[in-house]
Design a protein. Structure first.
Length: 384
């Protein structure tokens, strides 16, 4: 076992609630076994939950049908650079009826059967498998996803919280104890890299290591954490032989990573291992303008961006955004500046011949499909 990052006399006290769910708040989009705690070490309470009230039986649904493609979306798709891939965070949203689906389907039905329909949308060429953050997926599960999408579709996969969270958390997000597997290279390979690469093959787009907010003990010792991260990234084998479009990206939730005096060491760790910085557009992080210096320092190279949570909802505003934006069928809080800046950097990256993966949450502006259409429109209006 690797040495602990936590001094024995400085184990972190339980911190404030910070849900270990994917920051974009997407419900795990997959079969019924996807209900899982915040990370692999948390205990499930499903056995003690009260029995649900039986629902009225509805006829079985064999398939989720996509909304017939809109001619304007087809024309817009043809104007986008080929290396650009836009997509959503998960796909199990009934409120997307008339935007993505041809009809209103139950959330559980969309989780199990909605992916093929999502992948037929003209503007969607990727999706974030946020479910993998809760619990590692198997080769068979990844292969099943790959079989449901066209050959040119790519997946953005989040690393399990068991690797990327310094704390073992309760289901409410509060830190309970130090995580001995934090940034463990062997676990990262076994729980993420190897199964995703084998199961998805050439449809693997990006492996994202989203590092949850660090306890104070580790924020005071960030150079050592960066060194541990670099060792993990260096252990990842070359992805290109099996997945030519695949990239590795690191997303952080503490501004300390990208501010002096730590930014240079963080950039060096990424450059030295061929990884990139994931633009994490979230209320816990500085706005996009302040994060772009990381990409300038790493240029030339790919773009991975997860547009997660509108800052109007606050640092811990997932639940508020979930209530405010449901059923996610319209934009309620347009973030014009972020959208314009993101369109510029995504368009420029893809037009320069580099892969650009941008996934959008409903919590960015209220409705991911609407945000993606507006973002695509701005990109298409850029330089030819």
């Amino acid at each position: 076992m690797q040495d602990s990052l936590f001094p024995e006399d400085e184990l972190p006290a339980p911190g404030p609630a910070d849900p270990a769910r994917p920051a974009d708040g997407a419900t795990p989009a997959a079969p019924a076994d996807s209900a899982a705690p915040g990370n692999a070490a948390a205990a499930s309470t499903s056995a003690s939950a009260p029995a649900p009230v039986p629902a009225k039986r509805r006829p079985a649904v064999d398939a989720v049908l996509p909304l017939p493609p809109d001619r304007a979306d087809l024309q817009l798709r043809d104007r986008l650079p080929p290396r650009l891939r836009l997509g959503t965070s998960s796909w199990n949203y009934p409120g997307w009826a008339g935007l993505v689906w041809n009809d209103a389907y139950a959330e559980a039905t969309l989780s199990r059967r909605g992916l093929p329909a999502l992948a037929q949308h003209p503007l969607f060429r990727t999706v974030s498998l946020d479910r993998a953050f809760y619990r590692p997926l198997t080769v068979a599960q990844y292969a099943d996803y790959a079989a449901q999408v066209p050959h040119d579709f790519r997946f953005v996969v989040k690393a399990p919280a068991a690797v990327t969270d310094a704390l073992v958390r309760h289901e409410d997000g509060r830190g309970m104890q130090a995580n001995p597997s934090f940034l463990d290279p062997a676990l990262a390979l076994d729980a993420l890299v190897a199964p995703a690469l084998e199961g998805l093959g050439p449809k693997l787009g990006a492996l994202v290591f989203q590092l949850s907010p660090l306890p104070v003990t580790l924020r005071r010792n960030l150079p050592r954490v960066i060194a541990r991260l670099e060792a993990l990234l260096a252990a990842i084998p070359l992805l290109a032989p099996q997945a030519p479009d695949a990239v590795v990206a690191v997303e952080v939730r503490d501004p300390d990573w990208i501010a002096a005096p730590h930014r240079a060491a963080f950039v060096a760790a990424l450059k030295g291992t061929g990884a990139t910085f994931c633009l994490g557009l979230h209320a816990k992080m500085p706005p996009i303008d302040d994060q772009l210096q990381m990409l300038r320092d790493l240029w030339p190279g790919p773009l991975v961006c997860r547009w997660n949570l509108n800052p109007l909802n606050g640092r811990y505003g997932y639940e508020d955004a979930e209530v405010r934006y449901a059923p996610f069928d319209r934009i309620l809080d347009p973030d014009l500046h972020t959208r314009t800046m993101l369109a510029k950097v995504a368009g420029a990256t893809a037009r320069a011949g580099h892969a650009a993966y941008v996934t959008v949450s409903n919590h960015a502006e209220g409705s991911a499909p609407h945000s993606i259409r507006l973002l695509a429109t701005e990109i298409a209006q850029g330089p030819a």
